[in-house]
Design a protein around this ligand. Structure first.
Ligand code: ADP
Ligand code: ASP
Ligand code: MG
Length: 815
C-alpha cells in the first residue's frame, strides 16, 4: 500500500489536476492506493478571508464567496465530460449553500469561534476531494471517495486538534482492509471528534493526514507531491541557488520543517517514523526529478549541514530579575503558564547565571503570553524581584540543521562570522544538545540576506556573490564595466567570485535589476532607467539589503563623495577612485575609516594615488606586517610628469601645458595640477594611510607658478599668464640643465611632515628617467632603510584606473 498526497498548488485548477491524474494513473497499483488531497490552492486562505470579512460586517464577503464558487465550478467544467457534470455541480452547489449559511451567521453574529472556523475551512478539502474523486471515476480509474472525518479522530482542540491514534489507527486499518476500490481519494487536513464534530489538523495539515494513514495501514511508502522538487538546502523561493537534498534523515527533516521548511508539515514524520516508512517528496510539475527521500539514519553526504531554514514572525519573550537566581521552579512555572495558554515555545536560551530566560514564540501569541506571564509572576513583579515580561517582535529564527554537525568543529563560528560580516545583528542563539540544530534569532528584515550568505558559505563551495552598485559611467566607469564583463567567467571559475552589477547610475538616470544588469547592453538599460537621485539610489541599495554589497564611485564629484558614510553604516563596502573623501578634513577621513571598521564594510580607494598601481595596498601590507613608514618620496602626477618631460628648448611651457590638456592628461582646469593641489591630496592620503594625522593645511606647497598665474580666475587667463612668464619657466629649465638635472614635481613625506614642489633631480636618482605619465613612489621604512621599496608604472589613464577599481572589488571579495 502506498499513500500519495497532493498539495494545494498541485490541485489548484483543472490543468494541474490532470497532471495529478497522469501521475496516479502511471503508478502500478496492485493493492489499495490512497490519494490525499489539499483544498484547491489558496482556497483555505480565501475561506478564512471571507469569514473575517463577514465577521466584520463587510458585505464584500459575498464577492469572495462567489469567487470560491466560480473556481470550483470552473474546475468541474474543465475536468468532467458535459454529460456527467450536472449531478456533480448540484452536489457542490449544495455544499456551497451550506457554506453560505455559515457565513450569513457570522455576518449577523459578528464573531467566530475556532469550532466554526474549522467547519468553514473544512469545505476546502471536502470539495476538492469530491471533485477529484469524480474526475478519477470519469477517467475510468477504480476510485472512491472516503471522508477522512470517519477515519481520523481527534480531541476538540479546534484549529489544531490532537489525534487519537488508537482509534484512528483501528479505523484506518479496518476500512482499508476491506476497501474494494483500488484508489481511495481522501480529503487532507480535516478530522472529527468522537462526537463527530469537524476539526482540523493545523495549517498545512494535509501532509499529516497522509502520514497518519500511511502509519496506520503499514504503507510501504508515503509520497508528498508538491510544487518544488523536494526538500531543499534552503527555501528555493528565497535562495535561488538552493538545491533539492537527495536523502535526509527523519530527524533532519523534522528539524528543518519545525524551523520553517514549509514543504513538510512538522508533525508529518512522527506517524511514519517508528515503522520506518520512507517519505518521498516529489514535484507534480516535474515528476521526472528524483525528489527527496526521507529515511532513517541517513549518512550518505559528507556535508555536515543538510539545510538552512527560517521561521518568520517570531517574538522573544524575556523574563529576568535578581529574584530568579538560584530559585528552582521559575522555568517550570514559566513553561506551565505558556502551555496552559497553548503557546508553543520555538526556542529557549538561558544564561548560566540564571538571571534571565529568553524564549522564542510566535508573534501572534505575544499579547496572550505577556498577560499570562505577568499574571503568573505578579507577586515577584510587585516585589521587584522579577521584571515584567519583555517582548521584542519583528524577528525571525534561522537555523542550520544536520545530524552530522556534532562531529564537526567550528560550524557555529562559521555561521556567526558569516552573519557578522554581513552586518546581521544576532538577538539570541540556541544550540540543541543533540547538535542537530544551531539557531539564531535575527531581525526579520535581514532574513533574505542571512539565508543567502549562509547558503553561500555552507553549500556553494566558497562561491561568493558580490553585488555592485555603480555610479559614474564616464571614461573610467565604462572601462570598468567592460573589464568586469570580460573577466566574469574567470572570476567565477578561478576566484569563486560571482560579480553582479545590480545598479548603474550617471547624473541623469539610474537603473536597478536585482538579477544583475546585462553587461553587454547596459547602456540601453540605463537609458531606459528612472531619473537619478543620490538619495534615491542609496535608499534603494539599502532596501535591497543584499549580501556583499559594494557601492562603486567612479566620479570625481564632491556630492557623491559626501554620501559614503550612510553606505558604510549599512555595511555596504565603498570602492572609489574619487579622491575627495579620503583627502577631505581629517575628521571626516577618520569617521569613514571608523565606520568601515565598525560595520565591517571595506572602504577602498587604491586608485586615489597612482591609478592602478598597488601603492596603498602595499602600504597597508607593510604596516599590517609590523613595518613603519619613515619617508615617502614620490612623483605622483602623471600630468606634471608629462609637462616636464616634454618641456625642452624647442618648446614653450605654455604650449606643452596646452598639449597636455588637449591629450586629456590634465584636469579640465590645469591649474589644479600645476598648482600642486592634486599631488598634495595624494601625499596627504599616503601619509594618513601610513598612520599620521595630517590635514591639507599642514602640507607645505612650494609653487613654481608665478603668483599672477595662481591668481587667475579663468582657464584662458591662466594660459595667457603662462605666455607672459615664459622667461621664468625657461630659467627653471636652464638652471636644472646646467646642474645636469631634470625637473620633476615631487611629493615628500618625512618626519611627520609633507611637502610638494618642483625639484631638480640629479641623473643618478631613480626619478631621473621617469617617462611619459608614469608615477613612482619610494617607501623608506624600518625594513627598507637603505634601498627603498619602489613602485613604478603608468599612473594615469582610464584603463589602468578601471583595473585598480577592479582590484579593490576583488579585495572586498576576499575579505
Ligand atoms: P503544498 O501546498 O504542496 O503543501 P507548501 O506551500 O505547503 O506546498 O510547501 C511547498 C513550499 O515550501 C515551496 O513552494 C517552498 O516555497 C516552501 N519551502 C520552504 N522551505 C523549503 C525547503 N527547504 N525546501 C523546499 N521547499 C521549501
Ligand atoms: N488546505 C490546508 C492549508 O492550506 C491544508 C493543506 O493544504 O495542507 O493549510
Ligand atoms: Mg503544505
Amino acid at each position: 500500500m502506498k499513500v500519495l498526497k497532493f498539495g494545494g498548488t498541485s490541485v489548484a485548477n483543472a490543468e494541474n489536476i490532470q497532471k495529478v491524474k497522469a501521475i496516479v494513473a502511471s503508478e502500478k497499483v496492485e493493492k489499495n492506493m490512497v490519494i490525499v488531497v489539499s483544498a484547491l490552492g489558496g482556497v483555505t486562505d480565501l475561506l478564512l478571508k471571507t469569514a473575517s470579512l463577514a465577521v466584520n460586517h463587510d458585505e464584500t464577503y459575498k464577492e469572495t464567496l462567489q469567487y470560491i464558487e466560480d473556481r470550483h465550478l470552473e474546475t468541474i467544467q474543465n475536468l468532467i465530460p458535459i454529460t456527467s457534470q450536472s449531478p456533480i455541480i448540484s452536489k457542490v452547489k449544495q455544499d456551497l449553500n451550506q457554506l453560505e449559511t455559515l457565513f450569513e451567521g457570522l455576518f449577523l453574529l459578528g464573531e467566530m469561534t475556532p469550532r466554526t472556523s474549522d467547519k468553514i475551512v473544512s469545505y476546502g478539502e471536502l470539495l476538492s476531494s469530491y471533485i477529484i474523486s469524480e474526475y478519477f471515476k470519469a477517467s475510468q480509474l477504480d476510485a472512491a471517495l472516503k471522508d477522512s472525518r470517519d477515519l481520523i479522530k481527534t480531541n476538540n482542540q479546534f484549529g489544531k486538534a490532537l489525534v487519537d491514534f488508537k482509534l484512528t489507527n483501528t479505523n484506518c486499518y479496518f476500512y482499508f482492509k476491506s476497501a474494494k476500490q483500488l484508489i481511495t481519494v481522501v480529503p487532507g487536513f480535516v478530522s472529527s471528534t468522537l462526537e463527530g464534530e469537524t476539526t482540523t489538523l493545523g495549517r498545512g495539515g494535509s501532509d499529516y493526514t497522509a502520514a497518519i494513514i500511511a502509519g496506520a495501514t503499514d504503507a510501504n511508502l508515503l509520497e508528498i507531491w508538491t510544487d518544488v522538487s523536494g526538500m531543499y538546502t534552503a527555501n528555493p523561493k528565497v535562495v535561488k541557488q538552493a538545491k533539492a537534498i537527495e536523502k535526509i534523515s527523519y530527524e533532519e527533516a523534522m528539524e528543518l520543517s519545525h524551523f520553517g521548511a514549509k514543504v513538510l508539515y512538522p508533525p508529518t514524520v512522527q506517524p511514519v517514523l517508528q515503522k520506518q516508512i520512507p517519505i518521498l517528496i516529489k514535484n507534480t510539475f516535474k515528476p521526472e526529478e528524483i525528489g527527496t527521500l526521507i529515511v532513517k539514519d541517513e549518512k550518505s553526504t559528507e556535508l555536515p549541514v543538510k539545510g538552512i531554514s527560517n521561521v518568520d514572525k517570531v517574538a522573544l519573550l524575556t523574563l529576568e530579575g535578581v529574584g530568579m537566581v538560584g530559585i528552582p521552579g521559575i522555568s517550570k512555572r514559566l513553561f506551565e503558564v505558556l502551555s496552559q495558554e497553548s503557546i508553543s515555545v520555538i526556542l529557549i536560551t538561558q544564561a548560566s547565571s540564571e538571571h534571565s530566560i529568553c524564549l522564542g514564540i510566535s508573534a501572534a501569541d505575544t499579547t496572550r503570553a505577556k498577560v499570562a506571564v505577568n499574571e503568573a509572576f505578579a507577586y515577584e513583579i510587585s516585589l521587584k524581584k522579577i521584571e515584567p515580561a519583555n517582548i521584542e517582535s519583528g524577528l525571525s529564527i534561522i537555523a542550520l540543521v544536520g545530524d552530522q554537525m556534532k562531529s564537526h568543529q567550528g560550524l557555529s563560528g562559521k555561521m556567526f562570522s558569516t552573519l557578522g560580516k554581513n552586518n546581521v545583528n544576532i538577538r539570541a542563539i540556541a544550540q540543541g544538545a543533540s547538535e542537530r540544530n544551531i539557531s539564531a534569532v535575527i531581525d526579520e528584515k535581514d532574513v533574505n540576506k542571512a539565508l543567502n550568505a549562509l547558503h553561500e558559505r555552507f553549500f556553494e563551495e566558497q562561491t561568493k556573490q558580490l553585488n555592485l552598485f555603480v555610479t559614474g559611467v564616464g571614461n573610467v566607469g565604462e572601462k570598468f564595466l567592460a573589464q568586469i564583463h570580460q573577466q566574469k567567467k574567470f572570476l567565477k571559475e578561478r576566484l569563486k567570485l560571482n560579480v553582479r552589477v545590480i545598479a548603474l547610475s550617471n547624473s541623469k538616470k539610474m537603473v536597478f535589476n536585482e538579477n544583475g544588469i546585462s553587461l553587454s547592453n547596459w547602456k540601453e538599460e540605463l537609458a531606459a532607467g528612472e531619473v537619478a537621485s543620490l538619495n534615491g539610489f542609496f535608499e534603494k541599495v539599502k532596501g535591497l539589503n543584499l549580501r556583499n554589497s559594494i557601492f562603486v564611485d567612479n566620479t570625481a564629484n564632491d556630492v557623491v563623495a559626501a554620501t559614503y558614510a550612510p553606505y558604510l553604516r549599512n555595511s555596504i563596502a565603498v570602492v572609489t577612485c574619487n579622491k575627495i573623501a579620503a583627502a577631505s578634513d581629517y575628521k571626516n577621513y577618520q569617521l569613514l575609516k571608523k565606520l568601515s571598521f565598525n560595520y565591517n564594510a571595506p572602504f577602498l580607494f587604491e586608485t586615489n594615488v597612482g591609478a592602478g598601481l598597488p601603492i596603498i595596498d602595499t602600504l597597508k601590507n607593510l604596516i599590517a606586517s609590523g613595518d613603519s613608514i619613515h619617508t615617502i618620496k614620490a612623483v605622483l602626477s602623471g600630468s606634471l610628469n608629462f609637462v616636464f618631460n616634454n618641456f625642452k628648448e624647442s618648446s614653450t611651457f605654455h604650449d606643452v601645458v596646452q598639449q597636455a590638456k588637449k591629450e586629456g592628461y590634465t584636469e579640465p582646469d590645469p591649474k589644479i595640477d600645476l598648482s600642486g593641489v592634486d599631488v598634495a591630496r595624494k601625499i596627504l592620503i599616503l601619509a594618513r594611510e601610513s598612520g599620521y594625522q595630517i590635514d591639507m593645511e599642514n602640507i607645505e606647497n612650494l609653487p613654481f607658478l608665478p603668483q599672477e598665474s595662481l591668481d587667475t580666475p579663468t582657464v584662458p587667463e591662466f594660459f595667457e599668464t603662462l605666455k607672459t612668464h615664459d622667461a621664468h619657466f625657461n630659467a627653471l629649465y636652464e638652471k636644472a640643465k646646467a646642474n645636469g638635472a631634470r625637473l620633476k614635481y615631487v611629493a615628500t613625506f618625512e618626519n611627520g611632515k609633507a611637502k610638494v614642489g618642483l625639484e631638480e633631480i640629479p641623473s643618478d636618482h631613480p626619478f631621473y628617467n621617469l617617462e611619459g605619465k608614469d608615477n613612482i613612489v619610494l617607501f623608506y621604512t624600518d625594513r627598507y632603510q637603505e634601498q627603498p621599496l619602489l613602485i613604478k608604472g603608468a599612473g594615469a589613464g582610464a584603463d589602468v584606473t578601471a583595473s585598480g577599481i577592479f582590484a579593490d572589488i576583488i579585495r572586498v571579495g576576499s575579505n
